[in-house]
Design a protein around this ligand. Structure first.
Ligand code: 6R9
Length: 655
């Protein structure tokens, strides 16, 4: 393969009807934002959002970096996603197509989704939940999951969805940090044909210290599996909503009122509660759905993310519904009953916009290459118009396969770079405008002032790698770390850039000719495993919390063909270094321990034991050496500052 840049011009059929059609239109939008930044955003906020009280102020920088947008406007997110579509005549239109793990399909119209949302909202109010109270949602992909989020938004409660794969301990940490009053969960979840507990994990979490604020648990019946209901605390959702009306007056909130908290990993300490606003967040979720996905009323949109992650918030619960779209909510996994599941669902539901993660694509490529029956060519995918990728860099080989075999060579791929903190797309192609280059997320979304700078905040020339920053605040940006404004400032507006630029935490490089961005990976101690963010410190803490065994642990990432990055742990035990079967058994025990502390997604793929770790004379672990060992590379770095060089050979041999 030559490394010559391959460029794919937008498909003329897609471009002809796209909202942003052609590069001149894209450039005009960027120019508009440059010339009148506040005017640019205010215009879209008026077009896309229905305000109860129109705003007169746009951006308020008086308490920078705690920026405010549209602060004297009031609105309700669920009104914008539901009622107003019904008022526009879309009441009978299908809002959600739910496909269960086993294949059963349930469709709900906008009117039905509104009624369901209102009943849950009324139940929350009946249980004493008020504006500003936090509600933790620990549930699998379901209509009730989306409705529960919308119900919180309806009454001004702040939801915090916790991914159903997190352990009781992780759930406890989030419940404690939010100070939530109520948990919404289900009896069980079903994934890949297996029933997995949810309510039992909630019980376990609530039995730990720190969950004292929880008064009630509402339980959705999904499988009918056995659960224990605690008298006075636990209530079946069906009983909680019984007899309550299916309408509910929305709570009109200020634009800056927090819509949700979502926990994500940073380089240090416990996961941070990323706080999003109502007005600015909803605007960008809707605007990016409109421009990046070009969503239209006859589209069937499928974002395969879970509502436990930010992608599920912006591109399942809020963006597509704000535009009156029809979308798929999928409970299961891409490989069950076989690895053709995604392609079959695209065919069955005539999906026109499909948004997934590179990890999923890479694993499905492997399966398709081994078995024609699960190859996309065995399905009718002609309904597809636009493809998207998110969560991690997509390698050019996977991009080409996705483009050719899934998109039939005609569908543009929007490789969307963004983060939990950014609320919506930051750097992404627009499907009817941007010429595509596999492996590049191309150019900033109009209005987003992304740049690549050096450590002092100076722009680096195109072609030179540097630090990705955003130079101006934008409407859907993180507002705070829940309860920790100092950490917010330090993490995102560090003194290195005089507190002026938003620090994304990623490195980037721009193509010398086109200026296209390529993300080069995290510049902090955050790993990206299958598109999930994991802090190395969190995993290290989980390992050393196995106090009877572990003396010390260091975690690094190494490249992995399927998951992008894999977790590799170097562990020093409180007993002699194990080998052979004993090493295998202890590694399994430690993996299970991490699974229990954080969740299965955090289990290290490799665990290596050493008598010690490579350290400098001042006792600092030299992680860059561990990274080389994890990759199986020869050590070429300077090891002269190392206290104990012999340890490198031991760790390198120990597989
Ligand atoms: C939306 C989401 C954010 C981190 C981010 C970056 C990586 C996401 C990417 C990408 C390259 C893309 N990332 N999209 N890297 N190209 N298109 O994934 O949010 O879970 O917070 O992760 O993921 O490293 O900083 P989140």
């Amino acid at each position: 393969m030559s490394d010559e840049l391959k460029i794919y011009a937008p498909d003329p059929a897609v471009a002809a009807q796209a909202r942003v059609s052609g590069m001149a239109a894209y450039e005009a939008l960027c120019k508009e934002a440059e010339t009148d930044y506040e005017g640019f955003w205010a215009k879209r906020a008026r077009e896309l959002i229905t305000w109860k009280t129109p705003f007169t102020k746009v951006l308020d920088e008086s308490e920078a970096p705690f920026f405010k947008w549209f602060s004297d406007g009031t609105l309700n997110a669920s009104y914008n996603c539901l009622d107003r579509n019904i008022e526009r005549g879309l009441g009978d239109k299908t809002a959600l197509i739910f496909e269960a793990d086993g294949g059963e399909v349930t469709k709900v119209s906008y009117s039905e989704l509104l009624a369901r949302t209102c009943r849950i909202a009324n139940a929350l109010r009946a249980q004493g939940v008020k504006k500003g109270d936090r509600v933790v949602i620990y549930i699998a992909m379901s209509i009730d999951g989306v409705a529960a989020m919308q119900a919180c938004a309806r009454i001004g409660a702040i939801h915090s969805v916790v991914f159903g794969g997190f352990s009781a301990q992780s759930l406890r940490d989030r419940i404690e940090d939010t100070g939530a009053k109520l948990v919404i969960t289900a009896d069980e979840q079903v994934r890949g044909g297996k029933h997995l507990p949810l309510k039992a994990i909630v019980d376990e979490a609530l039995a730990l210290d720190g969950c004292g604020a929880i008064e009630k648990v509402l339980v959705v019946k999904r499988t009918g599996g056995a659960v224990t209901m605690k008298e006075g605390r636990d209530l079946w959702m069906a009983d909680a909503v019984a007899g309550l009306p299916d309408s509910c007056e929305p709570e009109w909130v200020e634009a800056e009122h927090p819509l949700f908290l979502l926990y994500t990993s940073g380089s240090t300490g416990k996961p941070k509660g990323v706080q999003h606003s109502t007005g600015g967040y909803l605007l960008h979720a809707a605007l990016t759905t409109s421009w990046t996905f070009d969503l239209r009323e006859d589209d069937v949109f499928w974002c395969t993310a879970d509502i436990g992650w930010v992608t599920g918030h912006s591109y399942i619960t809020y963006g597509p519904l704000a535009l009156g779209g029809t979308e798929i909510v999928f409970e299961g996994v891409p490989t069950y009953p076989d690895a053709g599941r995604f392609w079959k669902m695209i065919q069955d539901h005539k999906v026109s916009i499909f948004y997934t993660a590179p990890t999923a694509i890479r694993s499905l490529i492997k399966a398709a290459e081994a078995n024609d029956a699960v190859h996309p060519k065995s399905y009718d995918l002609s309904s597809l118009r636009i493809l998207g990728s998110v969560g991690e860099p997509i390698n050019p080989a996977a991009w080409e396969w996705y483009h050719q075999h899934v998109g039939g060579g005609r569908c543009p791929i929007v490789d969307t770079f963004w983060q939990t903190e950014t609320g919506g797309h930051m750097i992404t192609p627009l499907p009817g405008a941007t010429p595509l280059v596999p492996g590049s997320c191309t150019l900033p979304f109009p209005g987003i002032q992304a740049a690549v700078v050096d450590e002092t905040g100076k722009d680096v020339p195109w072609g030179q790698g540097g630090i990705l920053v955003v130079k101006r605040p934008w409407p859907s940006m993180i507002r705070n770390i829940w309860g920790d404004p100092e950490r917010f400032k330090k993490s995102y507006y560090p003194a290195d850039f005089q507190g002026k630029y938003y620090l994304a935490g990623d490195g980037a490089i721009r193509d010398p000719k086109t200026g296209y961005f390529t993300i080069t990976g995290r510049i902090d101690d955050v790993l990206n495993v299958s598109g999930h963010r994991m802090g190395t410190m969190e995993i290290e803490s989980a390992l050393v919390s196995c106090t009877e065994l572990v003396a010390e642990a260091a975690v690094v990432g190494r490249p992995d063909d399927t998951t992008g990055e894999a977790i590799c742990a170097f562990v020093v035990l409180k007993r002699p270094r194990p080998t052979g079967d004993e090493a295998k058994a202890i590694a399994k025990q430690l993996r299970d321990h991490v699974g229990k502390e954080i969740g299965p997604i955090a289990k290290p793929k490799d665990i290596r034991f050493g008598d010690n770790l490579p350290k400098t004379r001042s006792g600092k672990i030299m992680r860059r050496l561990l990274r080389s060992i994890a990759k199986g590379e020869a050590i070429t770095q300077d090891t002269s500052t190392l206290e104990n060089p012999a340890i490198l050979d031991q760790l390198a041999q120990n597989n």
